[in-house]
Ligand binder design. Structure first.
Ligand SMILES: Cc1cc2nc3c(=O)[nH]c(=O)nc-3n(C[C@H](O)[C@H](O)[C@H](O)COP(=O)(O)O)c2cc1C
Length: 388
């Protein structure tokens, strides 16, 4: 491990390092949220509303962090969420995340708009892999994705349901964010100050959305592929489309972007086996609840009929403990592993996952819990503190 990574002891440390290494437009694309970023901030801050109630003298010599979620057995309940365009942050991209996730004994969910293909990631290692899917206007793409995931050995699909339109991310508009990254008079100095990032951008294969290229048409510029992707994200999608996909996949299937008990109930009714409580990391609609705030209602509505996964705002092992004590089966993380990736490639993702795993294990010991199954609401209380 590099000296830089050795000096990173928390996700916040990795974030600082990522910020130092990435041009502003890349860091802001990773970090930013929609509108005034109220939800983005709230996703993490809302964990402060819960306090942990430890129990003592319980022989916590050994702590088991293993569980089974969406049919995949993992060594810790922290799943790597789908993030598109990962090679913008480090040239090793999704492959680095997939390898690190497998080493940590967990799952990586590959994004539809990834810069490595379904097949490339499917061929790495032998651990379980999930794929994130959208409902595309052109249903032949959907059929093709489902068939390719099956052939490449993916074990679960996650339908992202909160993108009827792209969120308003003003940082990206201000920075003139583009894929592939544009270097002009406005950002030249900023980019030149990140020579390692720039060197890799210039010397590694062109950044492209590998899964959609073939549908968008041969030899299209990446800008045209992006335009094609946004045309394909279908705002007329309904529950019938989701039900069709569940039927077509015939395996573990989660719906990502659920923020109401009514939608959770409906998802279970059409056969979803996972509910991902998520607001897309605050990147879509601003002023929606933080996942941890809405989680109790959704856990109650699902009532054990599907795995509930909390996604958004997790930055500490204690955040994971709180989510699981409320009733989540596991948590997903997006930015935490991206900070690691930007800070140090694959070793940086290893570092992010190790930090969270160690924090979770230590937190469980100090809480007096030996296994995730023991976690319940008796370990939580609402915070009465007025300290922000
Ligand atoms: C840079 C970036 C790209 C993302 N791309 C996708 C995507 O392609 N598909 C998707 O379903 N979610 C995407 N997300 C959302 C994540 O899957 C996840 O919901 C979010 O990052 C969780 O919040 P956190 O970053 O606070 O952990 C993206 C998030 C980020 C930060």
């Amino acid at each position: 491990m590099s000296r830089v990574l050795e000096r990173c002891h928390s996700i916040a440390d990795l974030r600082k390092e990522a910020r130092r290494r990435l041009p502003r437009a890349m860091f802001d694309y990773m970090e930013g949220g929609a509108d005034d970023e109220v939800t983005l901030r709230r996703n993490s801050d809302a964990f402060l509303g819960l306090e942990l109630v430890p129990r003592v003298l319980r022989n916590v010599q050994r702590v088991d962090l293993g569980c089974t979620v969406l049919g995949s057995t993992v060594r810790m309940p922290i799943i790597c969420a789908p993030t598109g365009g990962t090679r913008l942050f480090h040239h090793e991209g999704e492959a680095a995340v997939a390898r690190a996730a497998e080493r940590a004994g967990t799952v990586y969910c590959l994004s539809s708009v990834s810069t490595c293909s379904i097949e490339e990631i499917g061929a790495l290692g032998s651990g379980p892999k999930w794929f994130q899917i959208y409902v595309w206007r052109d249903r032949t793409i959907l059929r093709d994705f489902i068939a390719r995931c099956r052939d490449a050995g993916y074990t679960a699909l996650c339908l992202t349901a909160d993108v009827a339109a792209a969120g308003n991310r003003e940082r990206d508009l201000r920075n003139g964010f583009a894929v592939p990254p544009r270097i002009d008079l406005n950002n030249a100095l900023d980019v030149l100050r990140r020579p390692v990032w720039l060197w890799h951008l210039l010397t590694s294969p062109r950044i492209a959305f590998r899964n959609v290229e073939k549908h968008a048409g041969a030899n299209m510029s990446i800008a045209s592929v992006m335009e094609y992707i946004s045309r394909q994200l279908d705002p007329s999608v309904t529950w019938e489309d989701a039900a069709w996909m569940i039927e077509a996949w015939k395996g573990p299937f989660a719906i990502k972007g659920i923020l109401s008990a009514a939608d959770a109930e409906r998802a279970v009714k059409i056969g979803a086996t996972g509910i991902i409580v998520s607001n897309h990391g605050g990147r879509q609609l601003d002023h929606v609840p933080a996942p941890i705030e809405i989680l109790p209602e959704i856990v109650a509505a699902v009532d054990g009929r599907a795995d509930v996964i909390l996604d958004g705002g997790v930055r500490r092992g204690t955040d994971v403990i709180k989510a699981l004590a409320v009733g989540a089966k596991a948590c997903m993380i997006g930015r935490p592993y991206l900070y690691g990736l930007a800070a140090g490639g694959e070793a940086g993702v290893d570092r992010a996952l190790t930090i969270l795993q160690s924090e979770l294990e230590l937190g469980m010991k100090l809480l007096g819990c030996r296994s995730l199954a023991e976690l319940d609401a008796s370990y939580l209380r609402a915070s009465a503190s007025t300290i922000p």
